[in-house]
Ligand binder design. Structure first.
Ligand code: CS2
Length: 439
């Protein structure tokens, strides 16, 4: 039996604590992958269970029909398995109402963004989904393309303005440095080109807060789906597996109403930067280092690589001695404690987090994860031995037999194979250096 609103659910599985059918959709989420389903959708499900109303989510996949095929036959329902050494918590999330595939029905996406009930458009489109060109500016050709978030948001905003509706909050939930500022700038660049009449209205009516988003979400495997099926008594094609930990820090700058996410664990703050920088340089910086160094040593999983006595000290040094000093901590933010907690999270034996998943899109991740730390130390005449080892491991990865899943993959492989690889990748005008626009 397939999971659906009609399927009987065992009492051991936490069910949505509100009347799903009675909720309007207040959020359109673009890029409804596993991360969104384990993060923003869970906070929103909790907020509705705590009494907030009309925050149902309409999910959008820009291209792939996969998530729509997983969730729509299940009335948008899916399970989240939070796994730790202490056991697994299984719950059913009801916040997602349906999933649209933009490539199949673009107008439905524009209509959802333009709906009077919609107040927030959120995004998990990964680093490359922001379509920045080599100089960090918007790649306008790509932004005009069929699977560009900007086209849909631009058309939705144009419809709202024409209908006299208020603007929206655009909420980036991706691991970019200054994700709010970056998305606002790129959106304005797009509007200036394709909807110049909207730029002033966008500035006056829309808000683009920064966010720090954190939950480790490995890709769901067939074995996970089978385990969940036996616990649930129904087949869940949209299941996500994650850790118990979850964190969300949001800049409190919204254009209109929002769920009271602060009542269900999110932190609404004036300045996200110290949390976002710590997360990118410590967690994600360590993750990418674990990926390339770990794969080079024959490991497959994060929890195995972090226990390798040759790798662990290097990762500790990257977090504590290289990344942490570069962070201007917020009052009460404990970076040493953060590093301790990260080591525990990486070692979670209940999570099979594949290094190859993290190794993907290195060119898009490395600048904010490693290069900003490196530059900070270089300005002070200091070195970063761990980050240097991680860079060497990345080059070795590019030269190896591992598949390189990266928008610059072919160019990177060619540069890494030849002489002066570091120069061609990181030097002036190099493949990654040119895309790196420091904050
Ligand atoms: C990981 C992140 O795949 C990756 O690049 O570093 O997805 C990481 O698991 C999340 O940012 C944790 O919040």
């Amino acid at each position: 039996m397939r999971l659906s609103a009609e399927a009987p659910i065992p009492a051991s599985v936490q069910a949505p604590g509100y009347d799903r059918a009675a909720q309007a959709a207040g959020i359109v989420h673009i890029g409804i992958g596993a991360f969104h389903r384990a993060h923003l959708a869970v906070y929103t499900d909790d907020a509705m269970a705590a009494g907030d109303r009309d925050w149902g989510i309409i999910g959008v996949s820009l291209r792939s029909p996969n998530v729509a095929a997983q969730l729509n036959p299940q009335d948008g329902l899916y399970t989240v398995s939070a796994r730790s050494a202490a056991g697994t918590g299984l719950r059913l999330i009801g916040a997602v109402q349906r999933v649209l595939v933009a490539a199949d029905d673009p107008q439905a996406v524009i209509d959802a963004i333009a709906a009077p009930t919609t107040h927030i458009v959120s995004f998990t489109v990964t680093e490359k989904g922001y379509l920045r060109g080599p100089d960090g500016a918007l790649d306008l050709d790509a932004a005009k393309g069929v699977s560009s978030l900007y086209r849909f948001v631009g058309a939705g905003l144009a419809t709202r303005k024409a209908a006299g509706l208020p603007g929206l909050t655009l909420l980036s939930c991706d691991n970019l440095a200054n994700n709010g500022t970056v998305l606002r700038r790129l959106m304005r660049e797009y509007l200036a080109s394709d909807h110049p009449d909207l730029v002033d209205w966008f500035d006056a009516q829309c808000r683009v807060p920064a966010t720090m988003i954190d939950r480790i979400v490995p890709a769901t495997t067939d074995a996970d789906r089978a385990t969940i099926e036996s616990a649930l008594g129904a087949r869940d094609e949209g299941a996500v597996v994650t850790e118990a930990f979850s964190q969300w820090v949001i800049e409190d700058d919204f254009a209109g109403p929002r769920p009271r996410w602060e009542n269900v664990g999110a932190e609404l703050v004036a300045d996200v930067a110290p949390y976002e920088t710590a997360k990118l340089r410590m967690l994600n910086g360590a993750h990418s280092a674990l990926a390339y160094i770990g794969l080079g040593k024959g490991h497959d999983y994060v929890h195995k690589a972090i226990l390798d006595p040759e790798i662990r000290p290097l990762i500790e040094r990257l977090m504590r001695d290289e990344a942490a000093p570069t962070i201007d901590a917020a009052p009460g933010q404990d970076l040493a404690g953060y590093a301790d907690a990260l080591l525990d999270r990486f070692a979670n034996p209940a999570l099979d987090h594949r290094l190859i998943q993290i190794a993907m899109d290195g060119s898009q991740k490395i600048p904010q994860r490693w290069l900003e730390t490196l530059a900070w130390h270089q300005r002070r005449g200091a070195r970063c031995p761990s980050i240097e080892a991680a860079i060497a491991a990345w080059i070795a990865f590019l030269r190896s037999d591992h598949p390189v899943d990266d928008p610059l993959g072919d160019k990177l492989r060619a540069a890494a194979a030849g002489p002066y690889a570091i120069e061609r990748i990181f030097g002036d005008g190099g493949l990654v250096a040119s895309a790196w626009r420091p904050a």
